[in-house]
Write a protein that binds this ligand. Structure first.
Ligand code: PLP
Length: 444
């Protein structure tokens, strides 16, 4: 072996790797292996090209294999591979935070770096507790999350999250957490072209929980502006505005989890811009570095940062951070990603694609098993009727069918979810939808 040649066997044994969120035994018996990625496509190990209908895992927003990012990472690795950000600093993290501040919604330009969406969520929850205390509101220790919410897999995230399989075996989790009901209402809202008409009244759950627990006990409420992992659940018209009003009335911090909706997914830089509703903090991760290097961030309103910057100057204001917070390689990847987003207008390109996207997906309405279609920006869900004896099986089989026929789609429960890189063309959208149509036709 030549020096510098990575030793990567062609067909490694699959025994050692415990795969995440995967039926390991089923997968290892019939694996789907990806070996390359460029632009809108993956290459499978048998050489097939697979159209990426999910931007990997909702994260490769600028498309695969961008040489500018590779070059920036390579340069940074050669200049300085790693440096801590505890009690010292480096330019890449300050520069990247400054770059992010420029695209952040007005006033939300103080950025804490993490390494994932899960860490961003737990960080935002901890900042909420810390700032409430700094404001003399130390009794505010409760969090309100939402049913069907996905906020990653840390103990904070699963506590405020509302997906039962992610919670049921992990014990009592954080104390003092309560949940809003989710707004998915297929009976009343099926096939809504965009924001569902019915369900605004569900925002009043927040007022009800405030009255149940007492406002002085609640630190923050956290919601995904559009619930992604549970299957693209779109908030009813006026819902987020009403949540904001109630939170403000009771001095409860509002956190948006923008790990999926951030970086152009809705046709605006952030969901904050799309809905015109401003939280006190929002999380990000997936589009941050175009998924080339793991990284997350929490964007904070200036008022939060300023309220934390009081007291003796020699005091560490927040006893929180990760070894790799603001990792120089991730920051270099992130800076190059921001350049691509700006140069190619990708943070707003979704707005121009949305009409075609919506029409293409809603054309599946009469396909077998389809009970709802939801689209917003460049996100879509096709919800299937569950098979009587096997919930989730239909979507999983459609996913496998599509994969074998050259489209990557995501199955979550009985929902097929879509979120391609934002460089997708209208022809590729049509190809994706045609692949789904073919899969639905053969499903039992
Ligand atoms: C809304 C939301 N929050 C948090 C996370 C967790 O992110 P990660 O898997 O990077 O920890 C995800 C991941 O899908 C997400 O969709």
């Amino acid at each position: 072996m030549k020096p510098n040649t990575p030793s990567m066997p062609n067909s490694p044994s699959m025994d050692a790797y415990w795969m995440p969120f995967t039926a390991n035994r089923q997968f290892k018996a019939a694996p789907r292996i990806l070996s390359g990625a460029k632009g809108m496509h993956y290459t499978a190990d048998d050489g097939r090209r697979i159209l990426d209908g999910t931007a990997g895992l909702w994260c490769v927003n600028a498309g695969h294999g961008r040489p500018e990012i590779a070059e920036a990472v390579y340069q940074q690795l050669q200049t300085m591979d790693f440096a801590p950000n505890f009690q010292m600093g480096h330019n890449p993290s300050f520069a990247f935070a400054e770059g992010l501040a420029k695209i952040a919604p007005a006033g939300m330009d103080r950025v804490f770096f993490t390494n994932s969406g899960s860490e961003s969520v737990d960080t935002a929850l901890k900042i909420a507790l810390a700032v409430q205390r700094a404001r003399g509101q130390g009794t505010r220790t409760r969090f309100i999350g939402r049913e069907k919410g996905y906020h990653g897999v840390g103990f904070g995230g699963i506590s405020v999250g509302g997906l039962v399989n992610n919670r049921r075996v992990f014990g009592p989790m954080l104390a003092g957490v309560d949940h809003l009901r989710h707004p998915l209402d297929i009976a009343r809202n099926a096939f809504s072209p965009c924001l569902p008409e019915h369900g605004l009244e569900l925002a009043e759950d927040l007022e009800r929980l405030v009255q149940l627990h007492g406002p002085e006990t609640i630190a923050a409420v956290i919601v995904e502006p559009v619930q992604g992992s549970a299957g693209v659940i779109i908030p009813p018209a006026g819902y987020l505005e009403r949540i904001r009003e109630i939170a403000t009335k009771h001095d409860i911090l509002l956190i948006f989890d923008e790990v999926i909706t951030g970086f152009g997914r809705l046709g605006t830089p952030f969901a904050v811009d799309y809905f015109g509703v401003k939280p006190d903090m929002f999380t990000a991760a997936k589009g941050l570095t175009n998924a080339c290097v793991p990284m997350g961030a929490v964007f904070c309103d200036r008022a939060i940062y300023e309220d934390m910057m009081k007291g003796p100057e020699a005091t560490i204001e927040l006893f929180h951070g990760y070894t790799y917070s603001g990792h120089p390689i991730a920051c270099a990847a992130g800076m190059a990603t921001l350049d691509i987003y700006a140069r190619e207008g990708l943070l707003t390109r979704g707005a121009a694609l949305a009409a075609h996207w919506q029409k293409a997906f809603h054309s599946l309405r009469d396909c077998p098993h389809v009970i709802d279609i939801r689209t917003i920006g460049v996100m879509a869900a096709v919800e299937l009727a569950p098979r009587a004896d096997a919930a989730g099986a239909r979507a999983y089989e459609a996913f496998v069918h599509c994969f074998e026929n050259g489209q990557l789609v995501r199955a979550t429960g009985d929902v097929l979810a879509f979120s391609p890189p934002l460089i997708v063309s209208e022809e590729e959208i049509d190809e994706l939808v045609a692949g789904v149509r073919a899969a639905l036709k053969v499903l039992k």
